[in-house]
Design a protein around this ligand. Structure first.
Ligand SMILES: [Zn+2]
Length: 95
């Protein structure tokens, strides 16, 4: 079961980025998944899309995984920030 929720305002966006978990999907003509702390996510763009355009041309969503983003939004991974699955668990480096 994947989780996705719409990001309503700057404060919510800020808290998600501080938590540094999951990914952000920006919807529109094409849905794109970004790293939660990617430089692709700017307050200016968020303000334009969410406040000024009133989400008519897309919105911002937080998702728990790349699989959720693909399943819920058909989102493609951003070519700039390249969100990847963490395939190698940290414990691999313990020995
Ligand atoms: Zn990106």
């Amino acid at each position: 079961m994947g989780a996705a929720k719409e990001i309503q305002d700057f404060d919510e966006l800020r808290k998600l980025r501080l938590a540094d978990e999951g990914y952000i999907v920006i919807t529109g003509a094409h849905a794109v998944i970004h790293k939660v702390n990617s430089k692709c996510i700017t307050t200016e763009n968020f303000n334009t899309k969410v406040s000024i355009n009133d989400r008519k041309q897309g919105s911002y969503f937080w998702v728990d995984s790349i699989a959720t983003a693909a399943h819920e939004f058909g989102a493609k991974r951003c070519k700039l920030c390249k969100p990847e699955l963490r395939l190698v668990p940290p414990s691999t480096f313990d020995a």
